[in-house]
Design a protein around this ligand. Structure first.
Ligand SMILES: *[C@@H]1O[C@H](CO)[C@@H](O)[C@H](O)[C@H]1NC(C)=O
Ligand SMILES: *[C@@H]1O[C@H](CO)[C@@H](O)[C@H](O)[C@H]1NC(C)=O
Ligand SMILES: *[C@@H]1O[C@H](CO)[C@@H](O)[C@H](O)[C@H]1NC(C)=O
Ligand SMILES: *[C@@H]1O[C@H](CO)[C@@H](O)[C@H](O)[C@H]1NC(C)=O
Ligand SMILES: *[C@@H]1O[C@H](CO)[C@@H](O)[C@H](O)[C@H]1NC(C)=O
Length: 305
């Protein structure tokens, strides 16, 4: 099973392997295996699960009739083109949350809770750039064409410059792309900010969060993921989002030189005291709702963009 026969920059599906074979009640054989979808030679989604038909010839398994795995082809029996998944919504009610949420490493304490209003975070000193246990809830990015949107819980009072709450396209402590709200840097009031961490360089942007908008109007934060580009954005209520910051998807697929990272980007909610404990009199922060919207994925069979 070898999709690299024409070189690693030819087909989109690469790194095929780790197959598990199974036989159906009808006697048909299949292999489930993992592979990457290369987008410009980098795989932002990391390893994904695939399925191929298997036949036995002279006691050897032959995958997909000996041909490479192409995204445009279907496993037999054909069931039609891949369907766009329904919109997914999480309101953090009770304990019946989606099982795909996870936290980084092993938190020292439970640092979030579910309330009638939604998810409340209890931020600590750590942030997403620390190799420790930041107060963050993450999910794997599952589509190359989707939007991850989070509705910020309203609060009275002000966040200080070190009090941040936001969302992130996260790969590792080295590579994550954040949008959120905080006390402004070098000026009074609160700001909407973006911060991108790429190969040990940081890019920062902020704009004042008008008192007339927040918390009076619902603030939404968005990560728009497409094959080549991630866009970080915000909107009030049902207005069209503003996207102040773009990042090439390239940055979500590898670590800085000399550092190993897990593959596969995540989408995250976070709150952080940015090196300091969350002040006892700082606002209570969290999110009332998270929505994932999926779009059609037209990914070419050959890695040409
Ligand atoms: C991929 O490799 C095959 C075999 O060498 C070649 O026929 C085909 O043109 C290549 N496709 C692209 C898009 O490079
Ligand atoms: C804040 O001010 C410091 C000192 O002048 C400066 O180095 C830094 O770049 C400023 N940061 C921002 C985001 O404006
Ligand atoms: C990352 O930074 C290192 C050190 O500055 C540099 O050698 C390398 O080329 C950079 N990688 C990319 C992809 O920009
Ligand atoms: C981000 O990318 C989009 C789509 O290519 C483009 O329309 C927009 O101007 C870019 N925004 C910034 C801030 O570069
Ligand atoms: C992503 O979805 C948008 C909206 O439906 C569509 O216009 C675009 O072609 C899609 N991109 C890919 C790569 O499928």
């Amino acid at each position: 099973m070898y999709n690299g026969q024409w070189g690693f920059d030819n087909l989109t599906v690469q790194s095929t392997g780790h197959a598990t074979m199974m036989k159906t009640a009808n006697g048909d054989w299949y292999a489930s295996f993992i592979a990457r979808q290369n987008i410009n030679e980098k795989a932002p989604l990391g390893r994904e699960t695939f399925l191929a038909n298997v036949e036995w010839r002279d006691g050897w398994p032959v995958f997909n009739n000996g041909k490479p795995i192409l995204l445009s082809e279907e496993v037999e029996p054909k069931s039609g083109p891949k369907k766009v998944p329904e919109k997914w919504v999480e309101k953090f009610k009770g304990s019946n949350w989606d099982k795909a949420w996870y936290q980084l490493r092993t938190p020292y304490t439970k640092n979030y809770e579910s309330t009638q209003k939604g998810l409340i975070l209890r931020p600590n000193v750590f942030g997403l750039s620390d190799r420790d246990t930041p107060v963050a809830l993450l999910r794997k990015q599952t589509s190359l064409n989707m939007t991850f949107s989070a509705e910020v819980l309203g609060f009275s009072g002000n966040l200080g410059p070190r009090n941040k709450v936001g969302i992130s396209a996260y790969l590792s402590e080295w590579q994550h792309q954040d949008i959120g709200i905080r006390g402004c840097v070098n000026q009074t009031g609160m700001c909407i900010y973006t911060e991108s961490f790429k190969n040990k360089t940081t890019t920062y942007w902020q704009t004042p969060l008008p008192k007339s908008d927040f918390p009076r109007r619902t603030l939404m934060l968005h990560v728009r993921c497409t094959p080549l580009l991630y866009q970080l954005g915000y909107s009030f209520r049902k207005d069209a989002p503003t996207y102040p910051t773009n990042i090439s998807s390239f940055w979500q697929a590898f670590g800085p030189e000399g550092y190993g990272v897990f593959s596969g980007a995540s989408l995250a909610l976070f709150g952080t005291g940015d090196g300091e404990p969350w002040p006892y009199n700082a606002p209570t922060v969290g999110f009332s709702k998270v929505t994932e919207t999926y779009f059609q994925e037209d990914i070419p069979g050959y890695d040409r963009w």
